[in-house]
Write a protein that binds this ligand. Structure first.
Ligand code: P6P
Length: 339
């Protein structure tokens, strides 16, 4: 594969790796590619157009919806719907899942997509990078019938594709279909994504930890013990603290440089903050495909059976040996396990 192939060329040359019929993956990724370019355009000019500030509404999370959140959600919903490939979408910005019955109203589309259209949106006003996270499954209820909640509540290990777009100093699409992780960088001048990071791998070890230490007093003891381990002078420690407050950006940096991202349970948030279905599962799929690891501190994220669309889960994700070290501290306090 020539290093500078485009996303389109890459999809075609890797189509055979997607275990379903040939055109389906292309249509899925192409709809995401187009939506990414449209959202990127708005995100990049957000400071210039009166699109900032609250949309005067709040989402199921009870968070003020930034207009760009709402905008990104609409764009991804529309582009996914138009390609006649998706039978349902669940989004952080939608209270319940949305049924897409197709132009012929026959519910013949086979995939469901779960999406966080603009994660880290509170960073928009301060010009810090934000991201889109997506997770794709094959439906499990009969084709030809309306999509059902169980199509969305599948374990993360059933994902057929997952990825993110990071709207940073450059805009990148990073995704997997279960055959490794590849990163594409957008050339905004011509609107083309180029394969800039083939076969991305998490370094097995790392010296960066990403966590909001402001909540230290609320953390479970295992996390407090692990943080002290990161900060003591021994071998390759103390580690470096890097926390952008945007999951996609922290994950992306840690995948390239090595590191661990932790959003743990706490006394104020017993299940942590991140959502299992459209944040942790897709990032965990990517992490494992890149040779990394993702758990809730005790259990593999991709093995967790979801029960609710917007359920939260504690999240430890990154370089394999760093996650293993953190789990070693968590294991001392089995009473803190969730499952
Ligand atoms: P806190 C953004 O809202 C987000 O979902 C992640 O992108 C980010 O890592 C985390 O929450 C930041 O949360 O509580 O540290 O501000």
């Amino acid at each position: 594969m020539h290093k500078h192939s485009t996303l389109g060329e890459f999809i075609i040359s890797n189509q055979k790796q997607f275990k379903y019929t040939s055109g389906e993956l292309s249509r899925l990724i192409n709809s995401i590619r187009l939506a990414a370019k449209v959202v990127n355009h708005e995100v990049n000019k957000a400071g210039l157009v009166d699109i900032l500030g609250d949309a005067g509404d709040t989402n199921v999370q009870g968070e003020d919806q930034q207009k760009l959140d709402v905008y990104a959600n609409e764009i991804f919903m529309k582009k996914l719907t138009n390609r006649q490939i998706v039978c349902g979408i669940a989004s952080e910005e939608e209270d319940d899942f949305v049924t897409i019955s197709g132009n012929d109203k026959k519910n013949n589309n086979k995939y469901v997509v779960l999406i966080d259209p603009l994660d880290g949106s509170s960073n928009i006003d301060v010009n810090v990078s934000v991201g889109t996270i997506f997770s794709i499954y094959r439906r499990v209820t009969p084709v030809g019938t309306p999509v059902q909640k169980e199509d969305f509540l599948q374990e993360g290990k059933k994902q057929v594709a997952a990825g993110y777009i990071v709207y940073g100093t450059s805009t990148m699409l990073v995704y997997t279909t279960g055959h490794g992780v590849n990163g594409f960088t957008l050339n905004p001048a011509i609107g083309t994504f180029y394969l800039s990071h083939p076969d991305m791998k998490f370094p097995e070890d790392g010296q960066i930890y990403s966590i909001n230490e402001g909540y230290y007093v609320h953390f479970p003891q295992g996390v407090k013990d692990y943080l002290k381990y990161c900060q003591e002078e021994e071998g390759d420690r103390p580690y470096k603290a890097r926390y952008i407050g945007s999951l996609v950006s922290d994950f992306h940096r840690n995948m390239i440089k090595g590191g661990i991202y932790i959003y743990p349970s706490s006394s104020v948030g017993p299940q942590g903050k991140l959502r299992l279905l459209y944040e942790c599962n897709p990032m965990a799929f990517l992490a494992e495909q890149a040779g990394g690891k993702a758990t809730d501190g005790y259990v593999r994220i991709l093995d967790i059976k979801p029960t609710e669309l917007h359920q939260r889960v504690p999240f430890f994700c990154g370089s394999k040996n760093m996650v293993i070290d953190a789990e070693g501290f968590m294991a001392k306090y089995p009473e803190d396990a969730n499952y």
